[in-house]
Write a protein of this length. Sequence first.
Length: 398
Amino acid sequence: MASQYKAVLARPGALRLLGTALVGRMPQGMSSLAVLLLVRQATHSYAAAGAAVGASALAAAGGGPALGRLIDRLGRRLVVGPVSVIQAGVYVFLALAARAHLAAPVLIAGAGVAGALVPPIAPVVRTLLRDLYDDLTVRETAYSMEAIAQETIWIVGPMLATLVITLASPTIAVAMLGLIGVSGTLLFLRSPLLSRAPAHEQGHAHRGSALASIDLRWLLPPVALMGFALGAVEVGIPSLALHDGSRAASGPLLALWSLGSMAGGIRYSSTRWNLALGSRYALLMLLNCALTAPLLVAGSIGLAGFFSFVAGLAVAPAFSCVYSLVGRVVIPGTEHEAFGWTLSGLLAGVAGGSALSGAVIGPLGVHGPFLLAVFAAALAAAGAVRFRGRFGLEVAVA
């Protein structure tokens, strides 16, 4: 395993690229909690706070492909830097607007604008990893490291937001989102690897949409369905803790879920696969469904903790595999947009899963969100199995 990670990091600048990308994306892990509590404090309405978080998530899903396409046309630095600065300004406005107790629609709209302006660092990193590593084994390991880094954001981000809110206030926390985002993005943009010309510039670039690739279109529904399952679990785990009378357990249970994903990602990147990439994709989607199902019978905090960890085990491996597939099927010249669509499909699914899961707890009980999660994960697996032959029939060893 160590030798595979060394092969990734042997590329000069790779560690710096991945590290600064992690810092630049940290506000994504902080924003939901910070915005939720800011709007709740300003309006005294959980409905308005939830609407603000939902608006931010949906706007991020809608804005991702557009920003990715801009990068494909204008270049990385001309898009990522300005977007980061503008988003920071929107966060400052949001903090000041909440402090002035402006109407809820203003705060919801501000949250939506901030969500639409999430700096497209993730598509840039994933496109660079595709271009940097010709060896498929090393590239898959790099994608696994990227998936593990994403889980780090969801673990550290909420903890950092909680710390700032506890020591200061939600207003300071939201203002800090912009400061951290701009600082991290500027560090990211200083990476020498960002000066590397995209691979497609060596030939004829495609000027249409990334969705012209039918294979990419086949990939997006399972990704969105898996996102729906993740959103349902994100609601179900805290609800289970509240039902058991242990609100404080919500954070640790969610952290165990993410830790399970990290553990699965590390194991996946250290495994030698003699299985075609498309078949591996289908297998991991099936495994994600199977590992989520035990949450249906979690009747105590102890069992919920164990099953949360288990439910996370296939998440990072599945997305590592998806990134590899996107890298295979993308049309040259549309790489950033393609990865933007993948992220948007995931975010849209998460938003839908979170919203619907909250609504089913009343009629179906505290395990209702997990029922939705298993159903969505099963549909995602069915889609992956049905179309696995379209993707990478050759064996890629990882």
